[in-house]
Design a protein around this ligand. Sequence first.
Ligand code: BES
Ligand code: MN
Ligand code: ZN
Length: 464
Amino acid sequence: MPALLPPGTPAVPVTCLSKECWPAMREALAPQHRAYCAAVDFAPKAGRLVLLPGEDGTLARVLYGVGKGGGNGFGEPGGDRLIAGKLPGLLPPGNYRFDVEDAAFDPAEATLAWLLGSYRFTRYKTGRAGPALVAPDGVDAGEIVRIASAVAMGRDLVNTPANDLGPAEIEAATRDLAARHGAALAVTLGEDLAREFPLIHAVGAASPRAPRLIDLTWGAPDAPLVILVGKGVAFDTGGLDIKPSSGMLLMKKDMGGAAASLAAADMIMGAGLPIRLRLLIPAVENAVSGDAFRPGDVVRSRAGLSVEVGNTDAEGRLILADALALADAETPDLLIDFATLTGAARVALGPDLPAYFTEDDALADAVMRAGEAAMDPVWRMPLHAPYASLLDSKVADINNVSGGPFAGAITAALFLRRFAPKTKAHVHFDLYGWNPSSKPGRPEGGEVQTARLVYALLKGRYRG
Ligand code: BES
Ligand code: MN
Ligand code: ZN
């Protein structure tokens, strides 16, 4: 789990250098260090490191190029505010501290980046112990460690393969989180699930690992109610509309929405935000068997709408629909769902930029700003109402897919909106939950997207 060394622990100083501050810094270096930097042709390019020895040959200091980082937005070409997240992978084992020389350098951001970049998935293969960082003066180390720990927990869940992470293990992870924060947990299974959440039951019916609705509640009953909903598909084969092998390979990550919602809940409860929190996770495995739901099936949803299953691979919106119907009936002040919902959103925005949808323009602006503040970027897509007719069904109130290839992320979002019609303050995140390759602070593999954003959003909305 992420940790920082206490302030004052002896450590090698790491100076993060922007291009702008390098010329003055170079002049201020000890002569042998200046000569060494010239000899190895060091320039403070983003991600470049030089290790400088002391007279006794031990490591005396580290210079690290951050390019246009440190205070620049991710919209800025060449600026990566998580650039310090590359350091744990570059430095030899040992203790380090940031040496602040540059006014633009933000020690809190760099510390978070370091911890996010220190993450390794060690359940099956242990790595060597990495370098450790001393908590900089004047930063809220507890808060940074809490955020990084929540992300690490979520990444572990995404990275854990489906043979070791089914609906029951998603429940166990939620139970563990509830116990850590004194939250209440209720789980609906079996015949109760079939009666109360028919779509969750239908999608999960093929698997011997029972589908369920996991329901966590925390906080003062009279505080504003915020409901988070996370798509918890432990594995998505596509069902009878089975995916080709290339499309199925990564589908252990189809609970990436649940992981994000759990990480956000961890941050919210850990900080004691003045809200009442409800976290709903429909957890299923979309499997293939004689009990599987079929293309053409019609299911009466919790909300009362009948749903025609045009495609069993559009399972995420089905299980979310029943959870959203429960959420809508509670009249939340804010409703947020997280889901690895469509390939179409990834075609539009790529792996690093989750799409979000909301009808509320002021809320949309707040989401965008929270994403920038939290270094957790997203991009808004439209709930274009005329496309709702693409989901018309001849036999039911709605089809779970449109017949054609267009606007797949939008029609999925419009489908979800039908099940929470009363709640205008509703944000839907369509995310990827995976880093295809390593970038600073974002190691290859499972990723928690939008949780830090949501935490920042709620801090702004409820703590002022
Ligand atoms: N879990 C997938 C979406 C997905 C696929 C996310 C690949 C990220 C990467 C979802 O359940 C799904 O299969 N969606 C289908 C919907 C289609 C059948 C309308 C898709 O996007 O192809
Ligand atoms: Mn699917
Ligand atoms: Zn899916």
